[in-house]
Design a protein around this ligand. Structure first.
Ligand code: SF4
Length: 82
């Protein structure tokens, strides 16, 4: 298989096999709890509103932090896809 073609499939397979987090920006109220608990997975803007890093892909070993952030979001703005 052509190298360029093979490389184009790698991100897709990684996405399908891993955990992802999402922030619903319509629900987020900028409490910053997710960023405080899991700065590897979330960042916040100047108003404290959160967004996921790395297109939401949760690196291996950080799954518990993703679940902790989900459990501590008072607005239920975080979701996890596994
Ligand atoms: S904890 Fe929830 S409401 Fe607060 S910044 Fe994070 S996603 Fe937004």
């Amino acid at each position: 298989m052509d190298d360029a073609l093979m490389c184009s499939f790698l991100p897709l397979s990684r996405t399908l096999n891993g955990m992802r987090v999402r922030v619903d920006t319509a629900k987020c109220q900028g409490h910053n709890r997710c960023y405080a608990l899991a700065p590897e997975l979330f960042d916040v803007d100047d108003y404290g509103n959160a967004h996921e890093l790395n297109d939401g892909v949760v690196p291996a070993g950080l799954e518990d932090k993703a679940r902790l952030a989900l459990a501590n979001c008072p607005e239920f703005a975080i979701s996890i896809e596994e």
